[in-house]
Write a new protein. Structure first.
Length: 409
C-alpha cells in the first residue's frame, strides 16, 4: 500500500503556482527534510527541504557534485525533454564545471563584476527606469510586471556587459521569449547566442570598460565559447530573478499593511520588503541540482550514487527548525538561501548588482508614481506555473497620470 511517506510528489502543477509554502509544509510533514519527487516524464529526484540538510549538500561538492554527467537517469531522458534547459549535459558553462576549473571561472566572473562602478550602475538603472516609466506614466494604469519589471534588469545588464543601448530592447525581447518557453523560445535563444558572440568579437578588436572586455582579458586560458556561455548564464541568472524580485517586492508593499503606510514615506521600507521577499517569496524556489558521487544518507534517506538532488531554497528558508517565528519581519537577517550557498552560490558581486537594479527600480517607480495602488483584489494575482522560479504573471496597478520626464532627466 502506498502511503504519503512513500509517495513521490510531482514537482509542478497548480500547487506550486498557488501556494508552494503550504505544499512544502505538507511535504516536510509527510517526508521529513528530504522528499522524493518526480519531474516531467516521471523522472525521479530528491528535494531537500531542510535548512541544515541544504547547508550540508551545498557545503560538500565532493559528495554532492555539480557534474550532471553523473546522473543515473540519462538513459531514459528523451532529446525533447522539456527540462533539458534547466538540467543540461556537457554544457561548457560555469554551471556544470567543478573543482579548480570552476573556482578559476568564478574568480574571473567576480573580478569582472567587481570592476563595475556602483555609481555608474545605479545611474544606468535610474536612466532605464525613467525611460520605461515615461512610457507608462500617462496611462493611469498598467501591468508593472510586463511593462516594467520584466524589461528593466536586462537593459541594465546589457549596458554594463558592453552592448549598446540600441541593442537592449531586442535582447530583452529575446530573453523573455526564451524564458517563457513558447514558440519564440528557440529564436530568442539563437538571438542571444549570436548577439553574445558578435559582442565578444567586437570587444576583442576594441576593448572597452565593460564586463565582456574584462572577461576576455583574463589570463586563465578560457575559450571564446566558455566566455560566451558564462556571459549568457550571467545574463539569464541576473535578469529573471531580479525582475521577479522587483515584482514580488512591489506586490508585498502594495498588499501588506506593514508596508503600505510607508509607500509615500520611509524609504527604508523598500529594503525591508526586498529582504522579506528573499525569505518568504524568493524568486528562485528550487535549483537543479547536485548529483551524488556515491551512495549516502541525507535527512534519513538513502540516496543512491548518481541520484539527482534538487535544492529546495524556498522550503529551507521556511524550515521551522530555524524559523520558529516565520511571521516576524526578517529585518537585516541575511541567512537565507535565496542566492544559494557554497562554491556554486551566486557570486557576491552579482548579488550586489541585482540588489542595486532591483532597489533602484522600485525606488524610481515609487518616486515617479507615488500613489500607485493595486488594481483589483490581491487574491486575483497569479504566479507563473514553474517549480523553479516564482514570479507574478501580472501586477495590475493604477495611479494618477503624470507627464513623461523625457531625455532631460
Amino acid at each position: 500500500m502506498t502511503t504519503p511517506e512513500s509517495r513521490p510528489v510531482y514537482l509542478g502543477g497548480p500547487r506550486f503556482q498557488s501556494d508552494p509554502a503550504e505544499l512544502y509544509r505538507e511535504m516536510r510533514r509527510d517526508h521529513g527534510a528530504v522528499a522524493p519527487v518526480v519531474l516531467d516524464g516521471d523522472v525521479p529526484a530528491w528535494l531537500v527541504l531542510g535548512y541544515r540538510e541544504l547547508h550540508q549538500v551545498t557545503s560538500d561538492p565532493q559528495l554532492f557534485s555539480r557534474d550532471s554527467d553523473l546522473w543515473n537517469q540519462w538513459d531514459r531522458i528523451p532529446a525533447d525533454w522539456p527540462l533539458l534547459p534547466m538540467i543540461g549535459r556537457k554544457q561548457p558553462s560555469i554551471l556544470y564545471t567543478t573543482g579548480e576549473r570552476h573556482r578559476e571561472r568564478a574568480a574571473v566572473i567576480s573580478g569582472a563584476l567587481e570592476s563595475v562602478d556602483p555609481f555608474e550602475l545605479k545611474g544606468h538603472a535610474e536612466r532605464f527606469a525613467d525611460e520605461l516609466i515615461d512610457g507608462i506614466c500617462g496611462k493611469g494604469a498598467c501591468d508593472i510586471v510586463g511593462e516594467y519589471a520584466m524589461l528593466l534588469p536586462l537593459r541594465v545588464l546589457a549596458r554594463i556587459y558592453g552592448f549598446s543601448d540600441e541593442q537592449g530592447p531586442g535582447l530583452v525581447t529575446a530573453m523573455n521569449d526564451m524564458i517563457n518557453g513558447r514558440e519564440g523560445a528557440l529564436d530568442g535563444q539563437r538571438h542571444l547566442g549570436e548577439s553574445m558572440y558578435a559582442l565578444l568579437a567586437a570587444k576583442a578588436e576594441a576593448p572597452g570598460h565593460d564586463v565582456a572586455s574584462r572577461m576576455l582579458a583574463n589570463t586563465a586560458g578560457f575559450t571564446l565559447a566558455e566566455v560566451a556561455q558564462d556571459l549568457m548564464v550571467m545574463m539569464a541568472a541576473g535578469h529573471q530573478p531580479t525582475a521577479d524580485w522587483i515584482g514580488n517586492s512591489l506586490r508585498l508593499m502594495l498588499t501588506d499593511d506593514r508596508f503600505a503606510a510607508s509607500l509615500a514615506g520611509g524609504r527604508h521600507s523598500v529594503g525591508e520588503a526586498m529582504n522579506e521577499v528573499l525569505w518568504e517569496d524568493t524568486p528562485t524556489q528550487n535549483v537543479a541540482g547536485r548529483w551524488t558521487t556515491r551512495d549516502t544518507k541525507l535527512g534519513g534517506r538513502t540516496i543512491a550514487r548518481g541520484d539527482l538532488v534538487l535544492l529546495g531554497l524556498a522550503a529551507a528558508n521556511g524550515d521551522p527548525h530555524v524559523r520558529a517565528d516565520a511571521g516576524a519581519l526578517t529585518g537585516g537577517n541575511n541567512a537565507f538561501f535565496s542566492f544559494g550557498h557554497g562554491e556554486h552560490r551566486c557570486p557576491f558581486p552579482a548579488q550586489e548588482v541585482a540588489e542595486v537594479i532591483a532597489r533602484t527600480g522600485i525606488e524610481v517607480l515609487l518616486d515617479r508614481l507615488p500613489d500607485v495602488d493595486l488594481d483589483g483584489p490581491a487574491a486575483d494575482l497569479t504566479r507563473r506555473p514553474s517549480p523553479w522560479l516564482r514570479g507574478l504573471t501580472a501586477l495590475p496597478v493604477t495611479y494618477t497620470p503624470t507627464p513623461a520626464l523625457g531625455a532631460h532627466r
